[in-house]
Design a protein around this ligand. Sequence first.
Ligand code: WTA
Length: 657
Amino acid sequence: MSDKSTGRQETGQIDTVMQEERLFPPSAEFSAQARVRSLEEYQKLWEESTANPEAFWGQLAQEELHWFEPFHTVLDWNEPVAKWFVGGKTNVSYNCLDVHLTTNRRHKAAIIWEGEPGDTRTLTYLQLHREVCRFANGLKSLGVKQGDVVSIYMPMTPELVIAMLGCARIGAVHSVIFAGFSAEAIADRNNDANAKIQITSDAAWRRGKQLPLKLTVDEALEKSPTVEKCIVLRRTGAEVEMREGRDVWWHDLVDAQSDDCPAEPLDSETTLFILYTSGSTGKPKGIRHTTAGYNLYAKKTFQWVFDHRDEDLFWCTADCGWITGHSYVAYGPLSAGATQLMYEGAPNWPQEDRFWKLVEKYRVSTFYTAPTAIRAFIKWGDQHVDKYDLSSLRLLGTVGEGINPEAWMWYHEKIGGERCPIVDTWWQTETGGIMMSPLPGAIAAKPGSCTKPLPGIVPKIVDESGREVEPNHGGMLCIAHPWPGMLRGIWGDDERYREQYWTKVPGMYLTGDNARQDNDGYYWIMGRIDDVINVSGHRLSTIEVESALVSHPQVAEAAAVGRPDELKGQAIAVFVTVRDAEPNDALAAELKLHVRKEIGALAVPSDIHFTATLPKTRSGKIMRRLLRDIAAGTEIVGDTSTIEDYSALAKLRDDEE
Ligand code: WTA
């Protein structure tokens, strides 16, 4: 990073103060065996795909999916309503399972699973197919029909994936709710979706303790009048109350079922799932994804970005309660016939080395996790990593937030042994799959940049008036052309869908993120549009200030927010967790000096709050709205001169921010 002066912008553009010059090309060996082997090859692919997206996606859809009936139209686009592969009939469960049964993947492991207590299970494609068929027959026996909504609140067990695929097989719509949400949050989602069936387990293992999932569901179902039946998986053996006439054990439902359940030929635009995500106005949005387009996009992006090879062992650490678990645990890897590791529990149970122990034990080759986890690993210390042989790894990935360049370097050196490319993947629940990321054999990485768009994706960065901005100026990130994985709407609220994503910038999908492009055409995500800090008319992005702080050896994590300031409009307040230093005034002064040196006087924080932990959403994103309220003094906290544990406050805000 180096100093760079910033110019005042009148158009609502965002100033950039960060310059990252380091470039990490893939090794010649990696590129030589990659799917896409050079920048030129990538560029050719991208140009072809965007010159005629319909021809591009149409051909891929024919090659990659099984069609019970062929489609007649690739794209029917009537903004903001997209229909892909119109007239075709396919089935996602068929594409994930049945297609492999006639190949040499029939007896290949689909899921290698380890529970938190250390119990293990492996399911081959043939075995997984059988389990899914029996579960789908179980759903049918309860009267579940195409279009019915099934609410899933389960631990990361193979049955969670079996439940998702079982729904997909018969055209039921799943709504997976992360098993950390409260009864209230489950009931809200069940009611919004009119859920008919609930699936849960007796309890879930979490750091050696049992989370009483069934108990939480019992409370939620008191307020979910549309739910008729509740299927309960026995996981921990915890005692639960089974409500007569409503509750049924998973094993009782499934044991008697036949393992023959032909996949239902479903129209391409049949709803596959809804997934609730945070909205800026509080009420969670049910993001709706459909069958063929989503399936194709999850499969192809998995193959491109993770450069998937049959001999890989892929491990995505995300929970199926989030979109990452939908696209890169369930649907992408299974469509591609991959073998994946699935782990049930916490990364620090029984010790902080659990992930590396798993990598060594199973010889994981591709590892995909979130920056929040990487920052935790750094904080826990290298001794937990150094004990293990991580030489099986060949590719690393991140998702969910921007990664600070210092954390990127640690990931590269400590986990990747300076050998593995890192794919920093930018995407959203709404996009269905990865939108920007290096193709690891083709595009050299820059720490902190998600680099370039995937084939078929056309990003644009625009200012308030909708005009494209110059390189190195931040603006609103939009996508110019529909893509198969895009959301099809917000469940039950067409107007909100139009309003949120398609109104502000005409003719483009509005992502809600800010970004800039550098002189090499690389994209840098600058945070959510609402998070911009405006200091004396300069609009700064949170990630740049945070990255400067994290580059200080004593800083583990940092979050920057704006707070009202009479003189400057806004002043920068930062929340910092330290490694093992004593947080005091001297360190605060040193950190201010450090930011001044790294990016300039403009970005020097006015307030530094030391905190034991940062408040995070359940998916691990920093809760900036809460921090803004604390910084502005509108959220009552105790004595802020001592170290606060703001995560306690986060728990009071029940929903995702
Ligand atoms: C942020 C997760 C920077 C971004 C798949 C986006 C990122 C939101 C990155 C979506 C990344 C995700 N770099 N920011 N690589 N990946 N984000 O819906 O603000 O949970 O809009 O989907 O996370 O979060 P969501």
